[in-house]
Design a protein around this ligand. Structure first.
Ligand SMILES: [Zn+2]
Length: 339
């Protein structure tokens, strides 16, 4: 068997590994599909995460597959069960700095709990779609934190897989006036296809003027503010927060889901009169079961999130493609998993 390990900065290798063995509390899942995440790309750049000196970081946390071994004490799991993995609810934090990563033929899920770390998926949902569960849950949590409701006007910054999934969830909950912002035309096209009402290319267009034209604007406390109710930042650009502060409406809401690696300076004085709500969102404390339940209903739309598919042999080529703005979700497929 093989596993994808980070050995150092920009040094990621497909290494041989022994077949995992399930203890009484564990389950082994034969991976059928695992998506490449932006955080995987970051981990590779950083040379791993929590990587022991001279050791490796196995990666891959967006996985779905089939149960092939069940420990004696695990309830409700069975051989052949089709599951998505909730890596946050595994003790080894699969693919994010623990002993297991899901870019592998078979992964050990320690202390497995069906309905929690292992989520059974409907028979008519493909493994590719099931492997979107994790990023979809991240996106849904960000949308939940924005408190967006039907009738709201919302802006999503960033049309990578997470931002695109946010557009999808917003539209799905009846938020019809969603504007997506990005720098790459291909990504903006995808946002429109997923139901964004309009898009703004922040590289070539004036964000403020276009937003005022699309969502409307009004006068408040000595300045013009957009009629937008909520902003979600899934991009992480250095000027996004200060731009939003400059034109957000009274008690508008903003959620940061992007991983800022550097401090950002903001004008608290300009923020004061807006009484804006600024919050962050990370992970998916409660969202996974809702996502899994929605997969059969949304699978046609969800397929649009996947731009490329590679076999496990070509996983490194997949990573190169995932680093380009032309890609959305790059899916790695294992064995003979049907598309
Ligand atoms: Zn991820």
């Amino acid at each position: 068997m093989r596993v994808l390990n980070i050995h150092g900065v920009n040094d990621v290798r497909l290494d041989p590994k022994a077949a995992p063995v399930a203890g009484d509390a564990d389950v082994i899942v034969r991976i059928k599909a695992c998506g490449i995440c932006g955080s995987d790309l970051s981990y590779i750049k950083w040379g791993g995460i929590h990587r022991p000196e001279g050791g490796v970081t196995p990666i891959g946390h967006e996985a779905a597959g089939e149960v092939v071994a069940v420990g004696a004490n695990v309830k409700d799991a069975f051989i052949g069960q089709r599951v998505a993995i909730n890596p946050m609810n595994t003790p080894s934090n699969i693919g994010s700095g623990g002993t297991e990563g899901a870019f592998t033929d078979e992964v050990l899920v320690r202390d497995a709990r069906v309905g929690d770390s292992l989520l059974p998926i409907a028979d008519d949902v493909s493994f590719d779609i099931a492997a979107l569960t994790e990023p979809l849950a991240v996106a849904l949590h960000g949308v939940n934190r924005s408190q967006a409701k039907p009738g709201d006007k919302v802006v999503v910054f960033g049309c990578g897989p997470i931002g695109l999934a946010m557009v999808l969830w917003l539209v799905d909950r009846g938020v019809e006036d969603v504007i997506a912002v990005d720098l790459a035309p291909e990504r903006l096209e995808r946002a429109l296809a997923l139901g964004a009402k309009a898009v703004i290319n922040a590289g070539t267009e004036n964000l403020r003027e276009r937003l005022f034209a699309l969502h409307g604007h009004h006068h408040y406390f000595g300045r013009e503010v957009a009629d937008t109710d909520a902003y979600i930042d899934a991009a992480g650009g250095p000027n996004i927060l200060s731009d939003v502060i400059s034109f957000i409406r009274y008690q508008g809401r903003m959620v940061i889901t992007a991983a800022y690696m550097k401090p950002v300076s903001i004008h608290l004085g300009a923020m004061l009169t807006t009484e804006m709500q600024l919050t962050t969102a990370v992970g998916y404390p409660t969202e996974m079961p809702e996502v899994v339940a929605a997969l059969p209903r949304l699978q046609g739309k969800l397929a649009q999130l996947i731009s490329h598919r590679f076999g496990f042999d070509d996983v490194l080529e997949g990573f190169a493609v995932a680093a380009t703005p032309q890609s959305a979700k790059v899916m790695i497929r294992f064995g003979d998993a049907p598309a």
